[in-house]
Design a protein around this ligand. Structure first.
Ligand SMILES: NC(=O)c1ccc[n+]([C@@H]2O[C@H](COP(=O)([O-])OP(=O)(O)OC[C@H]3O[C@@H](n4cnc5c(N)ncnc54)[C@H](O)[C@@H]3O)[C@@H](O)[C@H]2O)c1
Length: 325
C-alpha cells in the first residue's frame, strides 16, 4: 500500500484525490492547504488527516508519494522542501514551474536525490491521444505534416485568480494552457525545433495574455498550430493530426474519427476509456512505474522542455520572429 499526501486542495488537488481514491494500492493519509476549509472538503471526500502545512503532513504521515497541486511558482519550493524531508516519489502538476530557471532547479534536485518525479501532463493518458500515438508510430497516417490543437473557454473570474498573476503563474493562457499543447505536440510529433507565437490581451483587469497562437515545427518537419484562449464565449478542445496517408480528429468529450487516404467518409473510432478518468489513469501509471511495471511516460525533463519551449514562445512574441529552442 502506498501512502499518499496531496499538497494543495484546489481544483486539481481534488482531481488527484479522486484518482488516488480509485486505486487499490493507494491510501490518502493526508492533505495540506493553508485554507482549512479546502483541506476539510478534500478529507471529507477522499480521507486522510488535514494539515495547514506540508511540513507537518510529511513529518507526521511519512507519505510514500506526494502530489504537488499548488500554483506554479510554489512547485520548486514545495519539491525542494519535500526532498529535504525524505520524500521519494513526486507527482507535480503542470507547468513544472512558472519559469525555466525553477523547472531546471527541480530537475537538478530530483537527479541529485534518488527520487522519482512525474510531470502530470494528463493529456498523455487520454485514450484518443494514446490511440493517435499508436497510429502515428505504426505509420498508418504516413509522415505527419500538421498538428492542430485548440484549448479555449471563457475563464470567468480569472482576474481574481492566481492564473492571471504573472509572478505566480509565469504567464497567461500560453503558459497555463499551451504548455499542455506543447507537450501533446512533443508526445505525438517529436521534439520541437523552433517556435513562433503571438498573443492578445483584451480581457479587463488582467496583465497577462488571455489568448495566443503558437506555431511550432518539429525536428522532422511536422508543423503545429496551437491556439489557446480564456476569452471565447464558445470554447473548444480540439486535436487533429494530419499525415500524408490520413488524418485523425478528436473533439474532447465528443467525436473521435479518422479518414485514411481514399476514404469517402470519416470513420468513428470508439473511445474505449472515459476522458474523465485521465487523472486516475496518470496516477495509476505512476504506481506501475514505482512497481517497475512501466517506463515513466512524462518525466521532469519533459516538464522542463515544455517550460523551455513556452519561454521561447514568449521570446518570439518579444522579437516578432521565429525562435530556435
Ligand atoms: N492537469 C490539468 O489539467 C490541470 C488543471 C487545472 C490546474 N492544473 C495545475 O494544477 C496546479 C494547481 O491549480 P488549481 O487549478 O488546482 O489551483 P487552485 O487555486 O484551485 O488550488 C491551488 C491550491 O493550492 C493551495 N496552496 C498554495 N500554496 C500552497 C502550499 N505551499 N502548500 C499547500 N497548499 C498550497 C492554495 O491554497 C489552493 O487551495 C497548477 O499548477 C495548475 O496549472 C492542472
Amino acid at each position: 500500500m502506498y501512502k499518499v499526501g496531496v499538497i494543495g486542495c484546489g481544483w486539481v488537488g481534488l482531481a488527484h484525490g479522486s484518482g488516488y481514491k480509485l486505486l487499490q494500492d493507494c491510501e490518502i493519509v493526508g492533505s495540506a492547504d493553508p485554507v482549512k476549509e479546502l483541506s476539510q472538503h478534500f478529507a471529507a471526500k477522499y480521507g486522510g488527516r488535514i494539515y495547514k502545512s506540508m511540513n507537518d503532513l510529511i513529518d507526521k504521515e511519512k507519505p510514500d508519494i506526494i502530489s504537488v497541486c499548488t500554483p506554479p511558482s510554489s512547485h520548486y519550493p514545495v519539491i525542494k522542501t519535500a526532498l529535504s524531508r525524505g520524500i521519494k516519489n513526486i507527482v507535480c502538476e503542470k507547468p513544472l514551474a512558472h519559469n525555466t530557471a525553477d523547472a531546471r532547479k527541480i530537475v537538478r534536485a530530483i537527479k541529485e536525490s534518488s527520487a522519482k518525479l512525474m510531470t502530470a501532463f494528463c493529456h498523455r493518458f487520454i485514450f484518443p491521444v494514446m490511440k493517435m500515438r499508436w497510429m502515428i508510430d505504426s505509420g498508418e497516417l504516413g509522415d505527419i505534416v500538421f498538428f492542430r490543437n485548440e484549448f479555449s473557454s471563457h475563464f470567468k473570474g480569472v482576474e481574481d485568480r492566481w492564473f492571471s498573476k504573472k509572478e505566480i503563474s509565469g504567464g497567461g493562457s500560453m503558459m497555463d494552457t499551451s504548455v499542455h499543447s506543447i507537450d501533446l505536440f512533443r508526445f505525438l510529433c517529436g521534439e520541437v525545433k523552433n517556435v513562433s507565437a503571438r498573443i492578445t490581451q483584451k480581457m479587463p483587469g488582467i496583465s497577462v495574455e488571455d489568448s495566443c497562437c503558437v506555431l511550432v515545427q518539429s525536428e522532422k518537419g511536422a508543423m503545429g498550430i496551437i491556439e489557446a484562449s480564456w476569452n471565447l464565449g464558445v470554447g473548444s478542445a480540439f486535436l487533429e493530426v494530419c499525415g500524408t496517408k490520413g488524418r485523425v480528429q478528436y473533439e474532447y468529450w465528443g467525436e473521435f474519427r479518422v479518414r485514411h487516404e481514399g476514404d469517402k467518409e470519416w470513420k468513428t473510432i470508439p473511445v474505449e476509456r472515459d476522458i474523465n478518468r485521465r487523472f486516475e489513469d496518470e496516477l495509476h501509471h505512476f504506481i506501475r512505474v514505482l512497481k517497475g511495471e512501466e517506463e515513466l511516460r512524462c518525466s521532469g525533463d519533459d516538464g522542463l522542455r515544455a517550460n523551455q519551449i513556452i519561454q521561447a514562445a514568449y521570446e518570439s512574441v518579444k522579437q516578432q520572429k521565429w525562435v530556435e529552442v
